[in-house]
Design a protein around this ligand. Structure first.
Ligand code: ASP
Length: 589
């Protein structure tokens, strides 16, 4: 193989400006048409595609060798840029009016037939695509996502550095922290029987960085959580992590709004409207049945329990007597046939509802299975709760316990938006969710658990409240129905921190073992502090318009947490086990 070959130009950058110039290109054979006499090859590199022509009259050797070329061979060529004849111009290709007349060909490497065709990637089973992920990553539209992601990192770093932040790395191998998920554990070779945990987030380290006096910290940090994987989770993921001293929630939110405005402008050339919308957790849940509402469309939930306060309809009566609620979505200007309504009923049942009740109005008369049980003046009563009710309006009602019912209505709302195509897909609707409860009751363990995390500062007044009433100085940012991230103002006082651990029912001994270092730090000059963290993969997913986190992670894991490229996790040898002082109870024969 010739070794002095040097690529000088990128395929996608060749224009008529280079006509008659001799250039060298390298890349993959993307397409070949061998007409015997003339051979055409589409050469692909990261920048794009360039057509090559092998003509025996230009160079016999190169032409002879070009017969061997097959898809995905990796080659280098030298030749002259020439104009294409008018009938062969390809208007779909940026380089479509030129071609390279090759006089020298180097085959760097042959390639066997790939396990799948790259131009039919969308039809290939995901397991196979993930096993050969590097092949999938070869496709130009997949590569574009990673180009965007790379720029995203750059723009974020530029923003924070300009604002005086330090980028500081924190350990991945650490001690188990209670972020709510299971840890990935790493056995220690030196100290048998002891384990590191892979960091679920840099939370406590970033607080210690504030104790150290860095004041403004950010990091693009890898985090690990051993969760049962839902469709849009990955066991290892990237967080944009931020912490600051001497600030309050407004400072953080303002900074973050500026960050997103900058990122959206630099990368998508879109102007975001600031400030972002704000909803309290209670409002968000009451109106959208979610703490990450998609506010790009209306269809809010209305509490219409009062409308049925005196009802005699047995099943409603029994729900309302048990302090249940009735929530409704008012559909106006959208027709639904009886058949479509019963399909919706079925779909609601699949979502988990016991039933979906509908009432349609025709000339102020309700039409419904419960119509004959409704009072004469039902329309005018309904009008008080749904002021825009009109002929053709449909109320879709679900009854039951508040939280579950509203969650179901929230899902129904999304389903209706899809059905009637109500979502403006080019819109980015950011919304802050604030005033979260500090704790929630865990039925299983019969204990209060932290809604955000145990280091979150309670809102003023908490001293005189029951745990269930206490509010947190925390905030989430949602975008188009996704939670982008969340954060809080932290506790900086050891006494308050101890009190919160106590309310969480963590025994003092465990507090000392797990958080002794934090409590000590809080007594050694600890500044008021707060921060936030974002799922960077999710941000990239939304910005690239893709549907799954896997689309923007170079080597993602499957939903069984398997890396199919490397085939990890995998067993280790007896010798390794021994070194770590481990033995397997159930040895596989
Ligand atoms: N560490 C938190 C998380 O990972 C975010 C924060 O409070 O900054 O959710």
């Amino acid at each position: 193989m010739k070794t002095n070959f040097k690529r000088k130009t990128d395929c996608g950058l060749i224009t008529k400006k280079l006509l008659k110039k001799t250039i060298s290109l390298a890349g993959w054979v993307n397409k070949r048409r061998d007409f015997g006499n003339l051979i055409f090859i589409d050469l692909r590199d990261r920048s794009g595609i360039m057509q090559l022509v092998f003509n025996p009259d230009i160079n016999k050797d190169a032409h002879r060798k070009a017969h061997e070329l097959r898809l995905q061979y990796v080659i280098g060529v030298t030749g002259m840029v020439v104009e294409r004849s008018p009938d062969t111009i390809n208007p779909d290709l940026p380089t479509g009016n030129v071609e390279l007349q090759v006089h020298e060909l180097i085959i760097f490497n042959a390639a066997k037939t790939l396990p799948f065709q790259l131009d039919q990637i969308d039809e290939v089973d995901e397991e196979l695509r993930l096993k050969y992920r590097y092949l999938e990553l070869r496709t130009p539209h997949v590569q574009e996502r990673f180009a965007l992601r790379s720029k995203l990192n750059l723009v974020i770093r530029e923003f924070f550095i300009k604002q005086g932040f330090y980028e500081i790395e924190t350990p991945c191998m650490t001690k188990s922290t209670p972020e709510g998920a299971r840890d990935y554990i790493v056995p220690s070779r030196i100290k048998h029987g002891s384990f590191y945990a892979l960091a679920q987030s840099p939370q406590l380290y970033k607080e210690l960085l504030m104790a150290a006096g860095f004041e403004k910290y950010f990091q693009i940090a890898r985090c690990f959580r051993d969760e049962d994987l839902r469709a849009d989770r990955q066991p290892e993921f990237t967080q944009l992590d931020i912490e600051m001293s001497f600030i309050d929630e407004h400072d953080i939110q303002k900074l973050i709004e500026e960050l997103f405005a900058h990122v959206w402008k630099q990368i998508l050339n879109k102007d975001l409207v600031l400030p972002f919308a704000r909803l309290t957790y209670e409002e968000a849940f009451a109106l959208y049945g979610s703490d990450k509402p998609d506010i790009r469309f209306d269809l809010k939930i209305t509490d219409c329990t009062a409308l049925f306060a005196d009802t005699k309809i047995t099943f409603l009566r029994s729900i309302l007597d048990k302090e249940g609620k009735l929530g409704a979505i008012h559909l106006r200007g959208h027709e639904l046939s009886r058949k479509e309504l019963s399909t919706l009923e079925e779909e609601s049942k699949i979502l988990g509802a016991k039933g979906l009740l509908w009432i349609r109005f025709k000339q102020e008369q309700p039409e419904s299975v419960i119509a004959k049980f409704l009072p004469e003046d039902f329309f005018s009563k309904a009008q008080k709760i749904f002021p825009t009710i009109a002929d053709g309006s449909i109320l879709l009602l679900i009854a039951g316990a508040y939280t579950e019912t509203w969650q179901l209505l929230g899902k129904l709302r999304l389903r209706l938006a899809q059905k009637f195509d109500l979502i403006p897909h080019d819109r980015y609707s950011f919304v802050w969710i604030i005033d979260f409860p500090l704790f929630e009751w865990d039925q299983e363990t019969k204990r209060w658990t932290a809604v955000h995390h145990p280091f979150t500062q309670p809102k003023t007044g908490w001293e005189n409240q029951e745990p269930g009433q206490m509010k947190a100085r925390s905030y989430d940012l949602a975008l188009n129905g996704f939670e982008l991230g969340g954060g809080s103002i932290r506790i900086h006082n050891a006494q308050i921190q101890k009190k919160v651990f106590e309310l969480l029912g963590i025994p003092q001994k465990e507090v000392q073992e797990k958080f002794g270092f934090l409590l000590e730090a809080q007594e050694l000059g600890f500044p008021p502090l707060g921060g936030i963290a974002f799922g960077l993969d999710r941000i990239a997913m939304i910005m690239t318009g893709t549907k799954s986190l896997r689309d923007v992670i170079a080597f993602p894991k499957t939903n069984r947490a398997v890396d199919l490229v490397m085939d990890a996790p995998s067993p280790i040898s007896e010798k390794q086990l021994k070194e770590y002082g481990l033995f397997l109870k159930d040895k596989k024969k």
